[in-house]
Write a protein that binds this ligand. Structure first.
Ligand SMILES: [Zn+2]
Ligand SMILES: [Zn+2]
Length: 193
């Protein structure tokens, strides 16, 4: 190949590369197509933790609550298995707050101040423990996921039932008695922010 032929060959190759580049630039841009499979892959790439998974479920359970002063949901987990759920509501078969109104009684809060408290409902944690009892499921070493900081009576019940860890999301009226007892008993009580 002569020098002239070589240079012509190179020029032709460069022209071809330029045309290809222009072609790429002028190609219509396709919208990003999100198939279900791709969407699922995206979710899996940012998978939620087990704690977040059960805490989100506790939040979903709370939506069944029948006292709108505070809707609470609890999910009891042994290992990575949900063994019981509960939300705050009147005894099954009796009218609910959303049907007959609240049953308000002045009750001393954790801060020592008396406030009207609705006593019609069985609390979410208590209902979950009762559900486990009815099904004959042991709660030894279980974790309780609650969307609200447990009240003192519920905390005592959870501990008596064998719960080893409490995970909550909303620090609603945290009770010092719960905190102090959890520390003494070696029970983890953790907020999932
Ligand atoms: Zn109520
Ligand atoms: Zn409670």
């Amino acid at each position: 190949m002569s020098a002239w032929e070589g240079s012509a060959h190179q020029e032709a190759a460069e022209r071809e590369a330029r045309e290809k580049a222009r072609e790429r630039e002028t190609l219509p841009r396709l919208p990003e197509v999100v198939t279900l499979e791709a969407a699922e892959r995206k979710v899996l790439a940012g998978r939620v933790s087990w704690d977040r998974y059960f805490a989100d479920l506790a939040e979903a359970v709370s939506k069944r609550g029948t006292c709108d002063r505070k809707k609470v949901g609890a999910v009891l987990v042994v290992g990575k298995r949900i063994v019981a759920t509960g939300y705050n509501g009147a005894l099954a078969g009796l009218p609910h707050c959303d049907e007959v109104g609240h049953d308000l009684v002045d009750t001393l809060g954790p801060d020592g101040v008396a406030r009207p408290n609705c006593v019609r409902t069985v609390h979410a944690e208590a209902n979950a423990v009762a559900q486990a009892a009815r099904a004959g499921v042991a709660l030894e070493g279980a974790t309780a996921y609650v969307n609200t900081y447990p009240c003192w009576p519920c905390f005592r019940l959870l501990v008596s039932a064998g719960i080893a860890r409490v995970v909550y999301t909303d620090a609603y009226r945290p009770d010092e008695r719960v905190q102090a007892s959890a520390k003494r008993l070696g029970i983890a009580i953790e907020r999932l922010a």
